[in-house]
Design a binder for this molecule. Structure first.
Ligand SMILES: C[S@@+](CC[C@H](N)C(=O)[O-])C[C@H]1O[C@@H](n2cnc3c(N)ncnc32)[C@H](O)[C@@H]1O
Length: 447
């Protein structure tokens, strides 16, 4: 007997697969990955292509018009957040990186672009008339990572932002400052890791942080204006505030709270593809910008512990702690045949490599039950995943995660393939090689 949910599964699968019938590369969004609206605020590593999230949401809402809540347990820069807002949906997101949560909070609004334009004007005025050369921040490595003239300029920007009285405007300015720090620090921008430039280059680089900040803040203001006009014309704003719900939390997805009984309709996410240190070190990447931002504007909880060292956020992320036990290995092996096969393939490799791979899958698996508990019965999941290589062998993240989710009763509807035309990955890295393809797993939680 064909049930109502079989019909819906078939319809969704057909709709998603049909998109790639005429254009094999549909899901790659080659030449069509422009980042407008809040998407363009900041260059966060491994951001999802907005057009892909948009296509997924459009198909889900066509099959399930009752969809209200979208959940991203690895929210990052908030691509899914912005796309959910553009469709008038409520959104919940979590991330372990304070910079990611600040980005999401900024992107959530409010959208007072006219008032913000005035504030930008006075802020730039304050910065340009500030003759003080006092440095506003101190941390180990400050002089290694920033030239003195850059520290003085960034301090002027920081003082001016702190002078602003509204938190929504300060957050908007902090993001522009974060982007300015990223390009004016002594760390190379060709890698996500902290990596100093040669001293000759540091001494001779022509840098104007204030001009850079002005460019970013004016560009971001344009993005905010475009988004605010779009939201307004669709009736999703009331006096500049988004009319649906947005819930954001700084924290570990392994420890999500489910006691509030809230259930979301759909999960769209892209988790890390391996431990941060060997794949994308989101924490290292965020470390310098976070030094310049007032932590109390990011979260009401104290975040100083996150900045204890350049490695702290990465250590707290999936696969960050490599203390594993035999039990971890057998627990995962019971859940995934593909994981068992991988262990055999890697058995001749140094134990450290095996530990890193196992620790990552142990932590990813620890997220599954908390995520499923947040999803309504029969809710849909879209996981964008890449299979990186370790010791020349492909790590089948897509197959392992499918099996781990199936172990908890979820059902695989389809796998969509996409090529990555120009994704910035950790290139100078002999463990994680550049990935050329990704899979979108489409699964449904058991009824
Ligand atoms: C691939 S990125 C997500 C990118 C996002 N889709 C975007 O478009 O910006 C993965 C995210 O997972 C986060 N992460 C890693 N471990 C985590 C954990 N244990 N709990 C919550 N978030 C975690 C990282 O900080 C990173 O922002």
């Amino acid at each position: 007997m064909i049930t109502a949910s079989d019909k819906l599964n078939r319809e969704l699968k057909e709709r998603l697969e049909r998109l790639a019938v005429c254009d094999r590369d549909y899901w790659s969004f080659k030449g069509n990955s422009r980042r407008e609206h809040g998407h363009g605020f900041f260059q966060y590593p491994a951001m999802m292509v907005p057009q892909m999230a948009r296509a997924i949401l459009a198909e889900v809402c066509a099959v399930h018009p009752e969809t209200k809540w979208v959940f991203d347990p690895f929210a990052g820069s908030g691509t899914i957040l912005t796309e959910s807002m553009l469709m008038g949906l409520s959104f919940a997101g979590c991330d372990i990186n304070p910079l990611a949560i600040l980005l999401c909070r900024t992107k959530a609004g409010p959208f007072f672009h006219k008032a913000l334009a005035d504030k930008v004007h006075s802020l730039l005025d304050r910065i340009k008339t500030d003759m003080d050369s006092q440095i506003e921040i101190d941390f180990a490595g400050r002089d290694k990572w920033f030239r003195n003239d850059v520290q003085i300029a960034l301090s002027k920007i920081r003082r001016a932002i702190k002078y602003e009285t509204t938190i929504w405007a300060r957050r908007f300015f902090w993001i522009a400052l974060a982007e300015t720090v990223r390009v004016t620090s002594n760390s190379r921008t060709s890698t996500f890791k902290l990596h100093t430039r040669p001293s000759f280059e540091i001494a001779t680089r022509s840098l104007d942080p204030i001009e850079q900040f002005q460019r970013v803040v004016e560009r971001n203001l344009e993005h905010l204006k475009t988004q605010s006009e779009y939201l307004n014309s669709n009736g999703y704003l009331n006096r500049g505030h988004y009319t649906k719900n947005i819930e954001l939390s700084l924290g570990d997805t392994r420890k999500l709270e489910s006691s509030d009984g809230k259930r979301f309709d759909i999960v769209i996410t892209s988790p890390p593809y391996g431990d941060n240190v060997t794949t994308v070190p989101y924490g290292q990447y965020s470390y310098l910008p976070l030094q310049w931002i007032d932590p109390s504007d990011i979260d009401s909880n104290d975040i100083t512990e996150y900045l204890r060292s350049t490695h702290e956020i990465d250590y707290r992320s999936l696969g960050g702690s490599q203390r594993i036990s035999e039990d971890d290995t057998s627990f995962l092996s019971e859940r995934s045949q593909s994981f068992c096969r991988l262990l055999k393939q890697l058995s001749a490799e140094p134990p450290d490599r095996l530990k890193k791979v196992t620790a990552f899958f142990r932590d990813l698996n620890r997220c599954i039950v908390p995520i499923l508990e947040k999803l309504r019965a029969g809710g849909l999941m879209f996981w964008t995943l890449g299979n990186r290589r370790v010791a020349g062998k492909s790590i089948p993240l897509d197959a392992i995660l499918t099996e781990m989710l199936e172990h908890e009763g979820a059902v695989l509807l389809t796998r969509l393939k996409r090529r990555i035309p120009s994704k910035r990955m950790a290139i100078r890295n002999n463990i994680a090689e550049t990935m050329r393809a990704e899979t979108i797993l489409v699964m449904r939680k058991a009824m």
